[in-house]
Write a protein that binds this ligand. Structure first.
Ligand SMILES: [Zn+2]
Length: 215
């Protein structure tokens, strides 16, 4: 079984992916992790990716797709969840071509939440300038305002990237891309949706039912 979890980074799909994977003996392929692994191991495709990373450029779709499909080849067990892949329509098309020779995708689950909730999550993030520890005003507040629990310095700050306007712009860009992926998979009859603006357990229950329905 191969399934895709689709949705923006802050929506909690990574948490859900790991949880259902544990429950059902699935593997999770997270593009970011695999990319870092390939670079660290210096594989052919890792070296290719490193050229772009070193120049501060985005790793091209073609390279990302090779990293994911290489990982798919080495997976055993009950199946795989692709977390955060595909990210673009071109990646989705490449993945489809690659999987044509084997069994295709079994399903795509789109995690949905109101933009305001996602903005709230991202803009509540605080980072320690001194030791890089990460906090969240709502989900993981420091014991004392502005002070890092880990190193005791009053060095918590909000990255420019996490300020509300920046988050809003980023999300709007993401939503356009995601919509194309949603249409792509809907046309193929693979798409299901889950409301992600609920507590972790309720979401997990729906995710579990969905996966059960696929097998
Ligand atoms: Zn600190």
């Amino acid at each position: 079984m191969i399934v895709v979890f689709l949705g923006p980074p802050a929506i909690g799909k990574g948490t859900q992916a790991r949880r259902i994977a544990r429950e059902r003996g699935l593997s999770v392929i997270s593009t970011g992790d695999k990319l870092r692994e390939a670079v660290a191991q210096g594989t052919d495709v890792g070296q290719e990716a490193k050229k772009f990373i070193d120049q501060g450029q985005l790793v091209p779709d073609e390279v990302v797709v090779r990293i994911v499909t290489d990982s798919l080849r080495s997976i055993n067990g009950n199946g795989v969840i692709l977390d955060g892949f595909p990210r673009t329509l071109s990646q989705a098309e490449s993945l489809e071509t690659h999987l044509e020779k084997e069994a295709g995708l079994d399903g795509v689950l789109h995690f949905e939440a109101p933009t305001e909730m996602l903005i709230g999550r991202a803009s509540g993030r605080r980072i320690c300038r001194n030791c890089q520890e990460i906090y969240h005003l709502e989900f993981r507040p420091p014991r004392s305002e502005g002070v890092c629990d880990a190193c005791g310095q009053e060095t918590l700050y909000q990255r420019t990237d996490d300020q509300e306007e920046a988050v809003r712009r980023r999300l709007e860009g993401d939503q356009l891309t995601t919509q194309k992926l949603v249409d792509f998979y809907q046309e193929r009859g693979l798409l299901a949706r889950v409301a992600a603006d609920r507590d972790v357990d309720s979401i997990a229950k729906d995710v579990s039912l969905w996966v059960e329905g696929l097998s």
